[in-house]
Design a protein around this ligand. Structure first.
Ligand code: SAH
Length: 263
């Protein structure tokens, strides 16, 4: 008998931000597989087995989930945010591609979740109103030169840039290096968000300038999403609170063309 495998996005942290479809996929699962803190978000109940693992063993964890599904179990692989964004969905397909052909008969579904950059943007105002991109600063799975090249291209193209995995104990300098690259191409007053643990009890959103962000790089951590504004990203002051941050939908001139002397 073949079971099923659903890769589920649990959203940024608060249960209100889990979609009903993702919740239903977790509710019917006999086995919950994932990184410890995400598995912990799923309550214990009779008939449910939880398989928590370390953060670094994604493909191994994915193979384990596929083996369970091949044995007839209803498996939910859980990720924070959206499972397709720097998370388990790609690891499952990587394991599937490399695994035994029987696994191709397993019905696999992906249930989306609210990814960190959308949660952070919603809290801040509308910083993703124009074109934007997302880059993981982790160089565990790609060389730092690739990160640098992509960052420089995104900066030159004037995208709002969302930085996932900005910093960790094992990767202490990458965020500072990325912000230094940004300083070369963007104004010092460009708004930068440090959005930490959005949707969790210890949520914290800071609106900084790019110059302040360079100095504050060491205060970010693994639970932080960093967002660098584009040339037209701006603040709207409000009484008694931090300003709203938004990026207008319209762009009238091309800063990238200007910087290359083409206008
Ligand atoms: N699949 C996840 C991202 C995994 S990569 C998603 O879609 O959100 C892990 C990175 O995501 C963290 O280093 C951090 O940059 C970001 N992140 C995840 N949850 C977050 C939250 N609640 N608040 C802010 N950033 C978060």
């Amino acid at each position: 008998m073949t079971g099923t495998l659903t890769i589920v996005g649990l959203g940024p942290g608060t249960p209100e931000w889990i979609t009903p479809a993702a919740q239903a996929a977790v509710d019917v699962a006999t086995d919950i597989v994932g990184y410890g803190p995400y598995v912990d978000r799923v309550p214990e109940r009779d008939g449910r087995t939880k398989h928590a693992s370390d953060n670094r063993v994604e493909v191994e964890r994915a193979s384990h989930a596929l083996r369970l599904a091949a044995q007839g179990r209803k498996v939910a692989v859980v990720s924070g945010g959206d499972p397709g964004v720097f998370a388990m969905a790609a690891a499952v397909f990587e394991a599937l591609e490399a695994g035994p052909t029987e696994w191709l008969a397993i019905p696999i579904a992906v249930e989306p979740g609210i990814t960190a950059m959308l949660a952070a943007a919603a809290r801040a105002g509308a910083p993703l109103g124009g074109d934007f991109c997302a880059i993981s600063l982790s160089d565990n799975l790609k060389p730092w030169e690739v990160v640098t090249r992509r960052l420089e291209a995104a900066l030159a193209a004037d995208f709002v840039i969302c930085l996932y995995n900005p910093i960790s104990k094992a990767r202490p300098w990458q965020l500072g290096a990325a912000l230094e690259l940004a300083v070369k191409q963007r104004e010092a007053a460009t708004p930068v968000l440090f959005a930490r643990a959005i949707g969790r009890p210890d949520e914290n959103l800071r609106v900084l300038t790019l110059a302040e962000a360079v100095a504050a790089a060491g205060t970010a951590d693994m639970a932080t999403l960093v967002m660098i504004g584009a040339s037209n990203t701006r603040l709207v002051a409000r009484e008694g609170g931090r300003p709203y941050v938004y990026t207008p939908r319209s762009v009238t001139k091309s800063p990238c063309a200007t910087s290359q002397g083409r206008t």
